[in-house]
Design a protein around this ligand. Sequence first.
Ligand SMILES: Nc1nc(=O)c2c([nH]1)NC[C@@H]1CN(c3ccc(C(=O)N[C@@H](CCC(=O)O)C(=O)O)cc3)C=[N+]21
Length: 291
Amino acid sequence: MNAQIIDGKAFAQGLRERVAERTAQFSERAGRVPGLAVVLVGEDPASQVYVRSKHKATVAAGMASFEHRLPAETAQDELLALVASLNADDAVDGILVQLPLPAHIDENAVIAAISPDKDVDGFHPVNAGRLATGLDGFVPCTPLGCLMLLKDRLGNLSGLDAVVIGRSNIVGKPMAQLLIRESCTVTVAHSRTRDLPALVRRADIVVAAVGLPEMVKGDWLKPGAAVIDVGINRVEGKLVGDVDFASAAPVAGAITPVPGGVGPMTIAVLLRNTLVAAHRNAGIAFEAGTL
Ligand SMILES: Nc1nc(=O)c2c([nH]1)NC[C@@H]1CN(c3ccc(C(=O)N[C@@H](CCC(=O)O)C(=O)O)cc3)C=[N+]21
């Protein structure tokens, strides 16, 4: 058997086109375009690349993009003041502060300062709580993108065994919440997990989000499993995931590549969340439909 490759890039392209159509309808009705503010502190080259591609995708979808680039030595109070002004700005529907922030800034304090109704990253504790309790709110872009790919491939996920490797607030935990909501039996594994290969071997769905290059091996997988690789690791100038693709692809039923899998979904879902935020802020009902 050889896995179907899940083409996240193509799926993301389709999602972006649907978002663009719905953005045009929104703008017609509301008399303004949705706006996304992206804040980048410092000169980290990888972050600059992401912010650049977010900007291009935002404009391509018909939205306004407000970029704020601050020097690495920006004081936390200055950043908090900028967030407060974006919270108060009616042209701004969504706010994203690019992580990681420089070490002298308390990330949790900055995330908490973003209005939960503009928190299109879904990182604010209020949105994490909404997700955990089944209330409407913003869901982090990467896990929501992973879920879209899984549902597109597998349909109903009810009763499936899922293993999420990684327990971060931005991927592992919200991914587990989303899979619980889909009625999967979810196990969250992490660096202290005792027998990871044995755990993974039972899973119909494996989501790898640990940040260790090619850690998950093909002989850990149950034949036919759906494998979602969230890892983005730069190794010898090459981009590789957290899954050893060469050994996993012959065993898996379906697998996302890196690049071209989950990464492009993250940006497409960010636009989707910004469109949802615009509807809420304008008091226009949002029909999820194919979004
Ligand atoms: N507040 C915040 N929100 C984020 O959503 C956020 C963040 N901070 N900090 C950094 C991470 C990383 N991230 C990615 C987005 C797109 C790709 C992506 O499009 N990747 C392409 C390849 C890109 C390349 O070649 O480097 C792919 O996988 O095919 C990857 C990673 C969003 N992040």
